[in-house]
Design a protein around this ligand. Structure first.
Ligand code: IPE
Ligand code: IPE
Ligand code: MG
Length: 247
């Protein structure tokens, strides 16, 4: 429980997703190399994770590395992967202490071997926790995920394990990397960019979107709470009228 009178505990999102953006610009402003921005972004990851866990939010998905990010300079990719390994190793005991379960979505096999192994180890070591589930999107792209699902469904129908008439939204959900995870009700993007950058396209069909100018390394506990408060002011109509929601 967090002592913030603005929070309505009866109206919390179950799942918050974040496009963590602006590390490079943050570093540039300090005259530092881009990687310094990524290093400073780790503390924002820690603060948001802890705040989400304390609030009682069930899922937090963080976009950490997109399929498109493989096009960045090799030294930046190497540094990001190294930072990922270091952070996972260093934070696993804290995840366990806070009852947080780690999961990952994306084309994980494309990650460097040591990254893939450490990630799986941490996922394993935290698998029994039942507080917050922290989902890292790594080498992730929504279009990749959708195509993978379509291929698997097509093969299942070809092999007559699935009837075409059985394909519906619920079934499709189960073929995505996020199966078993509810769709995010709130999507946050930092750094003043107004785009989705190939993140969770299917799952955010009805998410509330929250954009802030704050660069990711500056996005702290107070910023996360501000986003939750803003979300709680939204009227989620799902196509209905306001009057229908009241009655
Ligand atoms: C987000 O910050 C982190 C990753 C995409 C890995 P950026 O690295 O995109 O920072 P900007 O957008 O260049 O400032
Ligand atoms: C999106 O940020 C990907 C992550 C946050 C991991 P980018 O900085 O890569 O996205 P674009 O290039 O602004 O669309
Ligand atoms: Mg960026």
């Amino acid at each position: 429980m967090i002592e913030d009178k603005r929070i309505d505990y009866t109206k919390l999102p179950q799942h918050v997703a974040i496009i963590m953006d602006g590390n490079g610009r943050w570093a540039k402003k300090q005259g530092e190399h881009r990687i310094v921005g990524h290093q400073n972004g780790v503390k924002s990851v820690r603060e948001c994770t802890e705040t989400a866990a304390e609030l009682g939010i069930k899922y937090l998905t963080l976009y950490a590395f997109s399929t498109e990010n493989w096009s960045r300079p090799k030294e930046e990719i190497d540094a990001l992967m190294e930072l990922l390994v270091q952070t996972i190793v260093a934070e696993t005991p804290t995840l366990n202490k806070n009852n947080i379960r780690l999961q990952a979505i994306g084309n994980l096999k494309s990650l460097p071997g040591n990254c893939y192994n450490q990630l799986n180890e941490a996922i394993d070591e935290t698998s029994k926790n039942n507080g917050l589930t922290l989902v890292l999107a790594l080498s992730y792209s929504a279009k990749w995920e959708i195509i993978e699902a379509v291929k698997t469904i097509a093969a299942a129908t070809r092999d007559e394990k699935l009837q075409i008439s059985e394909i519906n939204e619920k079934l499709f959900d189960n073929y995505l990397t996020t199966k078993d995870i509810p769709h995010p009700e709130l999507l946050i993007r930092t750094s003043g960019e107004f785009r989705i950058s190939n993140f969770l396209l299917w799952q955010i069909a009805y998410a509330e979107l929250y954009f802030t100018e704050t660069l990711w390394p500056d996005f702290n506990r107070a910023c996360f709470l501000d986003a939750i408060v803003d979300y709680q002011t939204r009227e989620r109509r799902f196509g209905m009228t306001s009057e229908q929601l009241i009655s």
